[in-house]
Design a protein around this ligand. Structure first.
Ligand SMILES: Cc1ncc(COP(=O)(O)O)c(C=O)c1O
Length: 396
């Protein structure tokens, strides 16, 4: 019945875990969720007010497919202000969240059989989107020893005549890696040399705790001409539900992405677009406050994880995820059986510690699990205590 392209499609495991934890809570079971992929803060008042003003003033109709001119201008200003990047408004397009933006890019650039290099561990949607459209995702390993920095030599070895694109995610989900400027510069050289497209997913830019966020597009005109920068209002402004993501890149590609969108969704919600204008161009102080709070939580969670027997965790440099290595628990016996995989560990933690986490296997590493620290400090401490007790019981 279903189309062939659905044969390999895996539904989003992060959303599945959230649903499972929610269902357990509905049954009265006290589950602590480390599954969230979104800030636990509320959307700032000034942004909500802009949306209310948009409704009251009748901004409730179809808009330009790629976003109202005011929003594209606000995106251009943001890219100039934060990234030192110059784009004209016809080099920018707005979609229903960055996930949608990324899908439009793959649709626009990847032919069936084209290979797309994806540093691994990776965000789950990259390989799925590529596969859905007939492309071949090629994971390229990054390592804990370098805090999951890009390995340009390994990327170079993975390039073949079929390679079309590299997807970079920095700060990264799930590893929290912030790619070093040196590695980015080498990847830029590789892309220019081998005529590759670079997608630079900068959705967690605002949540960079160590080092400074650098967009690969800012490293020179050659690389800018073959890069599509992707960003979103979701994480920096706690606007995940509003669904506003955007891309900046060469005009012909932006136009093609907008043409695709014109046949699929049309414009992103008009009201959310006006909220995004305010988000991007209004005062930016809330970001630093939110990032400061995430930074505190990052230290608490990583310290707690490293104190557990059989668990080691590198300090993430950005985003809001800890990605501990739990392979030290493999071979130990839990009630449900011997732990052999990241999914076993997540199942054990849900059953025994009543904490929801996400298995690393879906992100390209079966040695790890992902814990989001986009939840209050007290909840993090309580969750860590439960996990610690469960893991120690195993060890004993
Ligand atoms: C790495 C990465 N890119 C893109 C997105 C998509 O964000 P949105 O579609 O809400 O803009 C996410 C969301 O979790 C993400 O983790």
């Amino acid at each position: 019945m279903l189309a062939d392209r659905l044969k390999t499609l895996a539904p989003s495991p992060t959303l599945a875990m959230q649903a499972k934890a929610k269902a357990m809570r509905a049954q009265g079971i006290d589950v602590i969720s480390f599954g969230a992929g979104e800030p636990d803060f509320d959307t700032p008042r000034r942004i909500k007010d802009a949306a209310i003003r948009a409704i009251d003033s009748g901004q409730t109709k179809y808009t330009e497919v790629g976003g109202i001119p005011e929003l594209r201008a606000a995106v251009c200003q943001k890219l100039k202000r934060d990234n030192g990047l110059d784009y004209a408004s016809d080099e920018v397009t707005v979609s229903c969240g960055a996930k949608h933006t990324l899908y439009n890019i793959v649709m626009t650039l990847v032919n069936p059989g084209d290979e797309v290099l994806i540093p691994s561990p990776y965000w789950v949607s990259y390989p799925e989107q590529v596969r859905l459209l007939g492309g071949v995702p090629v994971p390229v390993q990054t390592r804990e020893a370098t805090r999951f920095d890009l390995d340009p030599a390994e990327l170079r070895r993975a390039v073949t005549p079929r390679t079309k694109m590299i997807i970079l995610d920095s700060p990264g989900n799930p590893t929290g890696a912030v790619f070093s400027p040196e590695a980015l510069a080498e990847v830029a050289r590789l892309a220019v040399e081998r005529d590759l497209w670079v997608v630079s997913d900068e959705c967690y830019e605002a949540l960079t705790y160590e080092g400074r966020h650098v967009s690969i597009a800012s490293l020179g005109s050659d690389i800018k001409a073959r890069t599509i920068v992707v960003n979103t209002c979701s994480k920096a402004y706690a606007m995940t539900g509003w669904r506003i993501g955007y891309a900046a890149g060469p005009k012909a590609i932006i136009k093609a992405m907008t043409d695709v969108q014109s046949q699929v969704t049309s414009n992103p919600t008009s009201i959310a677009q006006w909220a995004a204008v305010e988000a991007l161009s209004g005062p930016q102080e809330e970001i630093a406050k939110m990032a400061g709070e995430f930074d505190r939580r990052r230290r608490v969670i990583v310290e707690g994880l490293n104190a557990m027997p059989g668990v080691t965790c590198v300090m993430p440099k950005g985003a809001f995820y800890a990605f501990p290595n739990v392979s030290g628990l493999f071979g130990k016996r839990a009630k449900g059986g011997v732990l052999r995989t990241s999914s076993d560990v997540c199942g054990f933690l849900l059953d025994e510690a009543r904490i929801a986490t996400v298995a690393g296997v879906d992100f390209g590493s079966d040695a790890h699990i992902r814990l989001s620290y986009a939840t209050g400090l007290e909840t993090i401490r309580e969750g860590l205590e439960r996990m610690d007790a469960a893991v120690r019981a195993l060890a004993a």
